[in-house]
Write a protein that binds this ligand. Structure first.
Ligand code: PMT
Length: 221
């Protein structure tokens, strides 16, 4: 049994994938299941933390003892994360958040017009939640962790993303057949703003979650 090393701490975890609606029946989305974020929430609760889990479009049972805040879009996720982060010791953004959303929402279902070419889809930028909470910390000493799912030049892209987002740790996972999106397993390298690199071998998402909390606990003031 693990030490309750997160007792007395409040941690916020985001999970799942945002959906950006086009009309009442369609959305732009991604393949996140929420499993990695839920594993982070479960393991933090088991280590004694009070956990707020901001969950976007997941279909997983609520982890016991965890405060689950369901959201749909990136804008809703931003609001829920900022609210929960106000008194949090750590925030871990495992969610896949859409960078863009359709510029307009059609109140009625968009119809296919006979003989007409489709209209181009116009997108606008979503808020970058991770960059925002990292630049404007709600509390001194708050530890902020991002995730990045990459398909190529994984470590170089990860380092650049860590610097751009301004977080303390970035978990870089390579998109692959039986890891990252949707699977029970993952494999990652956790990059630290201090230059550290912690490889986590292929295994259950809980194992990666435990390593993330080890690294967060070391950095908590
Ligand atoms: O849910 P699962 O099926 O278990 O899959 C887990 C996962 C693959 C979704 C997860 O491990 C993961 O990698 N999540 C991040 C996915 C990603 O590619 O993120 P990104 O590179 O678009 O964003 C980088 C970071 O910024 C992330 O922490 C993201 O939450 C955050 N972000 C991104 C865009 C945005 N507008 N706001 C953000 O806060």
């Amino acid at each position: 049994v693990r030490e309750p090393d997160l007792a007395g701490r409040h941690v916020v975890v985001s999970a799942g994938g945002t959906r950006e609606p086009l009309d009442p029946v369609r959305f732009l989305g991604n393949r996140s299941s929420g499993k990695q974020g839920y594993a982070l929430a479960r393991t933090a609760a088991a280590r004694g933390a009070r956990v707020t889990l901001v969950a976007a479009n997941t279909h997983l049972p609520d982890p016991a003892g965890v405060d689950v805040v369901p959201v749909g879009t990136a804008v809703q996720m931003r609001e829920a994360v900022l609210k929960a982060a106000a008194d949090a010791d750590a925030v871990v953004m495992a969610a896949a958040v859409a960078d863009f959303r359709p510029s307009e929402y059609a109140a009625g279902k968009i119809k296919k017009k006979d003989g007409q070419e489709p209209e181009p889809l116009v997108l606008v930028r979503n808020p970058d939640i991770l960059a925002e909470i990292s630049a404007d910390r709600a509390r001194a000493g708050q530890v902020i962790v991002g995730f990045a799912a990459e398909t190529d030049d994984v470590l170089a892209n990860g380092r650049a993303k860590l610097a751009r987002k301004g977080c303390d740790l970035l978990v870089v996972n390579e998109v692959g057949e039986r890891k990252t999106f949707g699977s029970e397993e993952n494999e990652a390298v956790v990059l630290g703003a201090d230059g550290s690199e912690t490889p986590v071998p292929y295994g259950p998402k809980e194992a990666l979650a435990e390593t993330v909390w080890d690294l967060v606990a070391e950095r908590m003031s």
